[in-house]
Design a binder for this molecule. Structure first.
Ligand code: FE
Length: 248
């Protein structure tokens, strides 16, 4: 576990070492603020039991008040039912995906606590801190959101900024880090125009840390700027792989 930010009544924790074996490495992020707590992209079943133990020293898991799901992938939502059953938390997920999430076995008792994030995003107050749930559709999911924490100045970017295989929890040399991101972004990110729109949005925020759901986090304004510039110039999706589909 790493502490990304800490001040009176506000704490941002990163759990980066709970995935195992062949599963894609995934970060779980926790924001504790003013006596409430939101867990971002909690992950699947194997992470669930470990995360409960790992969180214990910071906040009793049963006292989580909010759950955020950036999109519908299994490394994010697979254990949603467990989290909802164990807590009284309210969950937030793109309205596009709520009916799909229920295939993971979300109990009727708790499904009403999952709220649809509208396409344009929304504000969400956690312990007096007003977080922004910012739309970034097609990066990569068609219904996709990021979280801006204005107190810690952390932008939680979900799969955007994901890297596969870096040694450290934070980015060291940016140029050396690019190859750990490039293949993933070209193949999983769906739209260059969405990347440009994201870069424009991100430049309007005063960001200290960019914290993705996989791999290393970008700490400091210099690395944040390098990442935004990299995203702005990136080609991805249909234009790079071509869509000249052929029958095998
Ligand atoms: Fe994903």
């Amino acid at each position: 576990m790493k502490t990304l930010y800490q001040a009176a009544g506000h704490k941002n924790l990163l759990f980066h070492d709970l995935t195992e074996g062949g599963m894609v490495q995934a970060n779980q992020h926790l924001i504790v603020s003013g006596g409430e707590a939101i867990l971002l992209d909690p992950g699947g079943h194997k992470v669930y039991t470990k995360l409960i133990a790992a969180m214990g020293g910071s906040v009793a898991p049963a006292r989580l008040t909010h759950l955020f799901f950036s999109h519908q992938d299994p490394d994010i939502v697979a254990a949603a039912n467990g989290w909802l059953m164990m807590t009284d938390a309210d969950g937030y997920l793109s309205g596009l995906w709520i009916r799909f999430l229920q295939h993971f076995g979300v109990d009727d008792l708790v499904v009403k606590r999952i709220h649809a994030i509208p396409d344009e995003g929304m504000r969400l107050t956690v312990g007096g801190t007003e977080l922004k749930l910012i739309p970034c559709h097609f990066l990569h999911s068609p219904g996709n959101f990021q979280v801006w924490d204005p107190v810690a100045r952390i932008l939680y970017t979900g799969d955007l900024g994901a890297s596969i295989g870096p040694d450290d929890f934070q980015v060291g040399d940016f140029d050396a880090h690019v190859p750990t991101m490039a293949g993933f972004h070209r193949r999983y990110m769906a739209s260059p125009s969405a990347l440009r729109g994201w870069a424009r949005m991100a430049r309007s925020l005063d960001i200290e840390i960019i914290a993705p759901q996989h791999g290393a986090v970008f700490v400091g304004r210099e690395k944040v700027k390098r990442f935004i510039d990299w995203v702005d110039g990136l080609e991805c999706g249909p234009d790079t792989i071509g869509c000249n589909f052929r029958i095998p």
